[in-house]
Design a protein around this ligand. Structure first.
Ligand code: HEC
Ligand code: HEC
Length: 340
């Protein structure tokens, strides 16, 4: 028979164990990803990742307080159900229903991106939020006013103090918290991932599609992130005066180059390209096979026998689409950790 004393000790040990586990869960909070992913580009540096910091970033991401008239949040244009691209619109509306000239990109695996924006104009995830907050067609606000508005909410003051220590809220803390939230948006649970992990097999069409993809697309949309994050021209017809990368470098050789987007979740992130000009993947594949123009900065990888374009038969297209379908991560778009 177990004596009372021992029973008490056992009970105590159990409680101790549970509380230790809880501590462990907390310290375990971190960026996790499959072993076939490269090391992330963003290493957090002085911005120590914590659950509270991440949750504060999440609260800010969904809060329209960051915009001048408190109507637009980051999530207004970056919707989880679409892998954080916009809800089926080519050009998102910001404050006062204004629109810019570019399509809202999806947001996931951002800790691996060396540059941001379609023109690669931003090179650090911690300064990324400044652009939409201060852009006059997106949120139209200035950082001093955002800080002043947040300070009026005792709940925010408490949460900032908990993450960053007892000092007044400042812009840098807002950027840090948002960087924590954005970096944690890892999408790595698609059928393709389960295939890579040996947990699921691909159908023969999907398998053929993967081969075609590796031959014709993967040089730029490189596995496993499905982008090499370089800036390139893929032969789109020129419809407006958006110079892309050329706007940043002012070099002739960079005009009309845009950042290669990841194709993970691509079925969910329509419409496509920097200006959202294509509504369907069929239109995208028609572009690659017969719609390309011979721009002087067209990427040489997209030339076949001196002509712009990648030959694709109708059957190739069906198989490619079957493969692209395996890149959807339904666990990611419904993960409550990332939701409001
Ligand atoms: C009015 C719509 C709108 C709002 C609000 C908005 N964004 Fe964006 N976001 C965009 C558009 C459009 C782009 C592409 C801009 C460009 O390339 O010039 C973009 C680009 C980005 C990117 C770059 C992604 C990549 O792959 O390069 C990130 C990250 C991002 N936004 C995060 C945020 C955050 C964080 C907020 C809130 C502070 C926010 N956005 C608010 C529309 C919006
Ligand atoms: C030479 C590099 C290169 C190759 C090869 C390439 N792409 Fe792209 N792709 C790009 C660039 C750059 C963009 C963005 C262009 C823009 O918006 O101006 C893009 C955009 C896309 C988009 C739009 C995604 C979005 O979120 O808007 C899809 C879909 C796509 N490519 C599919 C493919 C497929 C399928 C293949 C193979 C048949 C392929 N690409 C081959 C460079 C490439």
């Amino acid at each position: 028979m177990i004596s009372h004393k021992i029973r008490f000790l056992l009970f105590f040990a159990l409680i101790w164990n549970i509380s230790c586990q809880d501590d462990q869960d907390r310290s375990d909070f971190g960026l996790t990803y499959p072993d076939y992913f490269p090391a992330p580009h963003y290493q957090f540096g002085k911005n120590t990742l914590t659950r509270e910091g991440f949750e504060l970033g999440r609260a800010l991401f969904f809060d329209p307080i960051l915009s001048v008239d408190s109507t637009i949040s980051c999530a207004s244009c970056h919707s989880q159900g679409h892998a954080f691209a916009d809800h089926n619109t080519a050009l998102s509306s910001g404050i006062f229903a204004k629109t810019g000239n570019r399509n809202s990109p999806a947001m996931f695996n951002l800790a691996w991106h060396p540059v941001f924006m379609w023109d690669g104009g931003i090179n650090h995830i911690e300064v990324m939020p400044l652009a939409p907050i201060t852009n006059d067609v997106e949120m139209g606000e200035d950082m001093l006013r955002v800080v002043a508005k947040l300070k009026k909410h005792s709940n925010y003051t408490k949460r900032f103090n908990k993450v960053f220590g007892e000092k007044p809220i400042e812009s840098q803390q807002i950027f840090y918290a948002l960087a924590q939230y954005m970096s944690m948006l890892v999408s790595a649970d698609s059928k393709y991932d389960r295939y890579r992990q040996g947990k699921e097999s691909l159908t023969s069409d999907e398998q053929d599609g993967l081969q075609i993809f590796r031959n014709k697309c993967a040089a730029c949309h490189t596995e496993p992130l499905f982008s090499d994050f370089s800036l390139r021209n893929n032969g789109l017809e020129i419809l407006n005066d958006d110079l892309g990368f050329g706007r940043i470098t002012l070099e002739e050789g960079d005009i009309y180059k845009f950042k290669v987007p990841s194709l993970r979740n691509v079925v969910l992130t329509y419409p496509y390209m920097h200006d959202g000009r294509f509504r369907t993947l069929d239109q995208v594949l028609d572009h690659y096979s017969r719609g390309m123009i011979h721009h002087k900065n067209l990427d040489p990888l997209l030339m076949t026998n001196g002509q712009p374009g990648i030959p694709l038969t109708d059957i190739d297209k069906v198989k490619l689409k079957a493969f692209l379908n395996t890149l959807s991560d339904f666990a990611f778009i419904s993960n409550p950790l990332f939701s409001k």
